[in-house]
Design a protein around this ligand. Structure first.
Ligand code: ADP
Length: 831
């Protein structure tokens, strides 16, 4: 039952996809999508137009030759000469025109539609005049060909209906009602349907790939931005805690933020002593200097967004300052469009604000605000540290310690290392017996880092339940360090069994963004020597370092998750290619199967005309299959989805298999194929199937671009270690021909996809015919595969000449084994 339902849903999806191949829900850039499709059409257009143009001129010429006499002109040859000739000239003219002033992509669909119409008219006129059913085979090719090349459904449907309709009228009213004509109606109907399926599948494939490409680009950009934010945060953390000169630290932070994020202006304002004004203390560029020198200030609660933030102690993110009544414009920074102002607070104590301005409206996302809030916390701590430690001696000692911790903070993302260093450094300036960093987890405190605990006590296993009025609650309420001179006098003191008795104690809250207290730094002495206020201040500086480390670890975690998502997306794409290949191959396989059955049918075999037609369809289907396979290979290479299986591969047998594959084609073209100098036992590590594909495309080209009677040579030699830059050596394989050669200026271009040099013969021509063009993917696929092996593909040819035939040689150089694949996870994610 449920199976039926699943199948029903699947069929429904397939049918919907066929009826409206261009329709896709979801969030993507529709304009970019249309443009991408138009570019695909445009890529194939130029070659198709030239090829068809030349073909028509050629046809016009053959008709001209067939005109018996001028006085008694054949009824068909003269008009056909005219129609073919005019079409050829129009197409060649169009090709010349597009090569001078390139065609705008928005006309691509119309142009290819009109070209299709022109071809259709030629075929129809010919059929109409000659009434030769054989000519209808061109209609099959037209349907399948335009199904492949058209990416606009209305154009495809219009062309098919028009051509099919006119043909049908001719067959009904003009042609004799022979079985051939009647059978042809079915054949054409079927090929129109298959052409449509190919069309719909192709449109959907391109659209889905484009949607995925867009999504990936978006995610990558977002990720890059986040990575920069995180780096800046870490760098700021290092600066703020190592420099105790307030003005210097403020200016450096402002410049760093402006430069890294590309904002228009960054400033820091501090509360003056009266508590009534926010005074500019640091700012970027000449505007910043000017504001500081002028002593620029804004009244708290009255002037500007800055005044508002100082009063309400809340972040203000203004998307468009021109619409905000609070905004006060300053001449020297007049291009501001959006502004982000954050309070700088330690505990409940407001120190100032951080002001970031952008020339773009809506420049700040929610993510940005979160990052800046964490930055503001660090800046606030820096200001406080600088204000507390004015004494020269403690300043030097402290700055040394803090510098060390902050260096660790910027060099390692390992939370344990940083937290341990925090405790170790603190111990050098504040003596204690036991110290720990405790985080709140539900109703418990757990130890995440410890120092001085007796061996075997396993501090990270210790959990302390939070009680209603214990020291931790007191800390949370006051938001400040707590000193307990003698714990034996506190009835609520919780002694952890197994640890030596504590006498004096000090706790410092770990404060994070939004003044949230996430835990505490706990220091214990086993002697009744109370901690002093100054030591509490020192410990506070280290506690804030620990809080920053914890915060960065959190941000880092988010980043790692984002990478994971990106990897998932990649996997989806690879799944999709598998599905698409299946969808495309199915209709073609059907076409192949049925046409093969037709060629075996006794009735058809007895009629040479029908047999020729059936064989034509069969050959066309095989060719289509190969083209689709090539396209999928290309899609895999393009999206780095080529999966290679490296196994020891014998080069000699690769060459032998290639030679056997082409034996028939070589015979037909009266060429010779020679295997030369393949040393025995030449074995490399590679993917034999993929490498066979490389040799297949190279040899196919060699046969194609060599005139009848020419010679193709395959050979290989071992490469010594160091040769071609391969440390372990490898192998060089060559495919040499005595063909038309390649002009020097094209020798690097031919490896790009869809590239073809010079004139191109008709696309549907036989695949090993002299100069018969393919889709222009062979060399691009070969290069993709060779690259994936860490090898090199190159060509040598004295030049292009169809008379002297200088020939070309393609060299495939492969390393003995592929270079060890280092996964490129940028920013060290997933370590
Ligand atoms: P195609 O499907 O057109 O053969 P390829 O990517 O295989 O596409 O080749 C690109 C172009 O490189 C060809 O159109 C042809 O002009 C040129 N080319 C490739 N191999 C040879 C060769 N052996 N001799 C001359 N020209 C070649």
């Amino acid at each position: 039952m449920s199976r039926l339902k699943v199948m029903g849903a699947y069929l429904g999806r397939v049918i919907r996809g066929l009826l409206a191949p261009g329709k896709f829900e979801g969030d993507y850039d529709r304009q970019a999508m249309e443009r991408a499709l138009q570019l695909v059409v445009l890529e194939g257009l130029n070659q198709a137009v030239l090829a068809l143009g030349l073909m028509f001129v050629f046809l016009a010429y053959t008709h001209y030759q067939a005109v018996p006499t001028v006085l008694f002109p054949d009824k068909i040859e003269i008009p056909m000469m005219a129609v073919n000739g005019i079409s050829g000239l129009i197409l060649i003219g169009l090709r010349i025109w597009t090569s001078r002033r390139s065609l705008s992509p928005e006309y691509a669909n119309t142009t290819i539609g009109l070209v299709g119409l022109l071809v259709a008219i030629n075929i129809l006129v010919h059929v109409y005049l000659s009434l030769d059913p054989m000519l209808s085979i061109y209609m099959v090719l037209l349907f399948l060909g335009s199904g492949f090349f058209f990416l606009s459904t209305p154009w495809y449907v219009a062309l098919t209906l028009f051509t099919g309709g006119v043909w049908f009228l001719i067959s009904l009213f003009r042609a004799p009602q022979t079985p051939t004509w009647i059978l042809l109606r079915y054949v054409l109907g079927i090929s129109a349907v298959i052409g449509y399926i190919v069309h719909a599948t192709r449109v959907r494939t391109y659209r889905r790939l484009e949607i995925m490409r867009q999504e990936q680009v978006r995610q990558q950009e977002e990720l890059k931005r986040r990575a920069i934010q995180l780096q800046t945060l870490i760098q700021v953390a290092q600066n703020v805690s190592s420099i105790l000169d307030l003005d210097k630290v403020l200016n450096e932070i402002a410049e760093l933020v402006k430069e890294r994020f590309g904002y228009y202006f960054v400033g820091i304002f501090l509360l003056d002593e009266s508590g009534n004004y926010m005074v500019a203390r640091a700012g970027t560029g000449s505007a910043g200097r000017w504001l500081v020198e002028q002593g620029f200030k804004l009244k708290v609660g009255e002037e500007g967004i800055i005044g508002w933030v100082a009063q309400h102690r809340r972040t203000a993110c203004v998307n468009d300052v021109t619409l905000d009544p609070r905004y006060v414009s300053v001449d020297i920074i007049s291009n501001t469009r959006s502004e982000l102002v954050l309070p700088l607070e330690v505990g409940t104590n407001l120190l100032g604000v951080l002001d970031v301005q952008s020339e773009r409206a809506q420049a700040f996302s929610e993510d940005d605000v979160r990052v800046f809030e964490s930055l503001a916390d660090q800046v606030a701590i820096a200001i406080q540290n600088a204000q507390i430690y004015s004494g020269e001696r403690s300043r030097r000692l402290l700055s040394e310690m803090l510098y060390e911790v902050s260096r660790a903070l910027s060099q390692t993302l390992d939370l344990n290392v940083v937290l341990k260093l925090v405790l170790d450094s603190l111990a050098r300036i504040v003596p204690f017996d036991r110290g720990s960093l405790m985080l709140q987890e539900g109703n418990d405190l757990v130890i995440v880092a410890a120092r001085g605990f007796p061996p075997g006590s396993n501090p990270t296993q210790i959990r302390v339940a939070i009680k209603s009025d214990d020291v931790y609650q007191t800390l949370r309420r006051s938001n400040a360090p707590l000193i307990v001179p003698d714990v034996s006098k506190r009835p609520d003191w919780q002694h952890v069994p197994g640890l030596p008795l504590a006498r004096s104690w000090m706790g410092v809250p770990l404060i994070q963004a939004n003044n949230e207290i996430i835990g505490m730094l706990s220091l214990t002495r086993e002697t009744p020597t109370p901690f002093t206020e100054e030591q509490a201040a020192l410990a506070t500086a280290f506690a804030s370092q620990a809080a920053i480390a914890l915060r960065n670890a959190q941000l880092y975690d988010q980043l790692a998750r984002a990478y994971e998502q990106l990897e998932r997306l990649d996997r989806t794409k690879s799944d999709f290619i598998t599905v698409a290949s299946h969808e495309l191959r199915t209709p073609i396989t059907i076409l192949r199967g049925f046409s093969q059955i037709l060629t075996k049918n006794e009735k058809i075999k007895s009629d040479p005309t029908l047999l020729e037609m059936a064989e034509g369809i069969y050959d066309g289907a095989i060719r289509l299959h190969e083209i689709v396979n090539s396209m999928l290979d290309m899609a895999k290479i393009d999206s780095n989805m080529l999966q290679l299986r490296f196994v020891p591969t014998a080069v000699g047998s690769l060459l032998k298999t290639t030679a056997e594959t082409f034996a028939q084609a070589i015979k037909e073209r009266k060429q010779t194929l020679e295997l030369e100098s393949v040393p025995e036992g030449l074995i490399i590590e590679g993917d034999p199937e993929a490498l066979a594909k490389v040799l297949y495309h190279l040899t196919l080209n060699a046969i194609k671009y060599t005139p009848d009677g020419g010679r193709i040579t395959l050979g290989a030699r071992a490469l010594a270690p160091g040769e071609q830059g391969f440390a372990d050596g490898g192998v060089e394989i060559w495919v040499r021909d005595t063909g038309i050669g390649i002009a020097p200026q094209y020798q690097s271009l031919i490896f790009t996809k869809f590239y073809q040099t010079g004139e191109v013969a008709l696309h549907s021509s036989g695949k090993t015919k002299f100069k018969g063009g393919g889709p222009g993917l062979g060399l691009a696929i070969a290069k993709g595969i060779v690259d994936a092996h860490g090898g090199k593909l190159r060509v040598e040819s004295p030049g292009y000449d169809e008379v002297t035939c200088p020939g070309s040689t393609f060299y495939v150089c492969l390393p003995q084994r592929p270079a060890s694949k280092t996964l490129e996870t940028s920013a060290g994610a997933g370590q």
